[in-house]
Design a protein around this ligand. Sequence first.
Ligand code: HEM
Length: 539
Amino acid sequence: MANLSISAIAFVVVFLFGLYKFVIYPAVISPLSKIPNAHWSAPFSPLWILSVRWRWTENHDVRAAHLKLGPVVRLGPNEISVGTIDGGVKTIFGGGFEKGDWYAVFDNYGVQCTFSTLHGRPHSASKRMVSHTYSKLALQTSPAVTAQAQSILYERLLPTLKASASPSQKPQGIDVLQLWYALSMDTITAYQFGLPNSTDFVRDTAYRSHWLELYLSRKPYVYYPQEIPRLTSFLSKIGFRLVPRWVDGANDEIEAWGLGMCRAATASSNKHSSYSDNPAEEPVVVRAMLKGIQKETNKEQSILSCRISNSTELMIATEMLDNLAAGHETSGITLTYVTWHLSQDLELQKALRAELLTLDPPLKYSPEQIKEGSPLPDLPNLKTLDSLPLLHAVLSETLRLNAAIPGSSPRVTPYPSCNLAGYEVPGGVRVCSAAWTLHRNADVYNQPEVWDHTRWLDGDGKSGEETKERDKWFWPFSSGGRMCIGNNFAMLQMKLAIASTYTNFTSHVVCDDGIEQEDGYTASPKGNKLILRFEDVEE
Ligand code: HEM
């Protein structure tokens, strides 16, 4: 009898404890309980948001929750989403909110890169090594950038478009998603490793298809280590793999490929004291990292000493692989949507071409100009290219509506607590913001689902306040200390690609089935292709 009552008491105590910890505290007492729930189960269980992510509907569902419930919503017992700039994004991304383990999947070779480094100090030290190579001024004045772009545009992109425009090429039309991925990859790897050690994906279509297949096929499996890491690891230990073995094989192949380019670039850098005679060959970013590592090694105490002593080679390789993966995919997606929007408006193409022809020299191409051994055509001044208003407007509007990374960027709230848009939030809470939601704020972007490049043309009846708000909510590259390191590089590369294309060709949609964006962290067209036809412009 006594035993029974002890068991009964123990049961009641455990039950009451469980009731308090898992129901009453999260739903009523926790400071998060004041935040509206995106789903009724959010205070008690992460299952709703896990299932949303599993179904790839997070961007749409979280935005719908914000529209209904306001700028801050609770997604799970320990997770919230913030969809406002003042008091929200500015606080979270302005500093002090670290990244969490969610970013560990972006390590390569088992080594952290700038993107996947969690904490502030090692992150700053790591970013500092290469960030100066990606500054606007460095890019606009770099002989390497100019020489590499001349070669990639005049020897690869324009001949490819020209060939596709030939009447003998039937059926006409090329998959520009693949082409823009290829161009972006060639451009970023040339800057990192020097032109001779970089990819030639624009022309080497067989290898690029293989590589892209490897790269993209891993995507569906990222969910497991990112969202349910402990379960994934536990199941793997007892012999049940959620991530198939071939994914490891694909990762190994991509890593070996990246390491090969790093080794070639390092050997080139060690051999040359200067590249003034052959600027296209300069491995600008690898060279900057080699110098940065040397500087860190000379310090008495470096925050990166652990990484350096493990392997400087892998430290460079992880950074380069991350940059080229980030760079080719995002710019490739953006260029695909730019050319899709332009292809639907021949008048806009005409206006853009008129603007492009003001460049000196314009980016005109004729195959006869390109002769073995003769210099390639000069590029226009890159600062002038950057300041063309219509080109900038077309690109900005695409980055708004079709952000290549529209998904949630998670951070962890600092201890003991912080205030987000009026709510007191304890430390250790996962907090997300997403360009998908911010870029669709109808108070800032009238008819937000409509692609309208004129929102970015200044003057045009817009008040200073409207322009300020428009720019404030524009978040394709994130903001603050962890903002995209490659934004200037991406803008320049994309502007060169669009300018050289539309100076010489008009584009037309052949097949845009599946053009809607995936609902994910990065978001390519669902159909994984866009077929456009190019025609020579009529002089
Ligand atoms: C259209 C092109 C691009 C877009 C839309 C884009 C977007 C972004 C966004 C949204 C982030 C923050 C993500 C987060 O915190 O979760 C980011 C970070 C980053 N991006 Fe980009 N990116 C682009 C091109 C590039 C290129 C060309 C590079 C190559 C250098 C690059 C390298 C990086 C790196 C290293 C970070 C991490 C920065 C840090 O943690 O401090 N990105 N990018």
